[in-house]
Write a protein of this length. Structure first.
Length: 175
């Protein structure tokens, strides 16, 4: 049995497609043969068919992608990353749309920055959760420390307030 290749480049796989295309194999046959060699790392059948078609119809001999025009991505600069992180640290509930408007960057940059810095945000949330847990413990300790008269008085006041609310027929607003 042949060994499964653990890593390969797209150019390597395209070159193999070109070779197998030249032997007269169809895309499904090429994909099956490649699956035996590359295992889960094989390119999809659709990609094999795309390159097979390029070799057949267009006489393409290049296995590398053509250069694409477009602007380079410059919005993920250190300045923007630190500004996004600062806004999140200031208010962890800040909306991504607000960040894009304030910093005049695209939402993809904001999302990528948040994804990269999620460890910091999660740690801050853990710290806030610890604070809430501590506050709950303190509240419980305070409630347990109260005397029974505290609870009796509260229940007696609740009864009189409830009675007043029912007697005034939902217009319990002191003016």
């Amino acid at each position: 049995m042949s060994a499964v290749l653990q890593c390969s480049t797209p150019i390597e796989q395209r070159s193999l497609i070109r070779y197998l295309w030249s032997t007269g194999l169809r895309p499904a046959e090429i994909h099956r043969d490649m699956s035996e060699s590359y295992g889960v790392n094989v390119m999809s059948l659709q990609s094999v068919a795309y390159w097979w078609k390029k070799f057949s119809a267009f006489g393409c001999i290049q296995v590398v992608d053509a250069e694409r025009s477009g602007c380079p991505c410059t919005s993920q600069s250190e300045t923007n990353i630190s500004a996004v992180n600062a806004m999140i640290q200031e208010d962890c509930c800040v909306h991504m749309q607000h960040i894009t408007r304030e910093l005049d960057i695209v939402i993809g940059t904001v999302h990528a920055t948040i994804s990269k810095s999620s460890i910091t945000i999660k740690n801050d949330r853990k710290q806030k959760n610890k604070t809430k847990i501590d506050e709950r413990k303190e509240l419980c300790q305070w409630l347990y420390s109260q005397q029974s008269e505290f609870y009796n008085d509260g229940i007696q006041k609740l009864v009189s307030r409830w009675d007043k609310c029912l007697n005034v027929q939902r217009s319990y607003i002191e003016k």
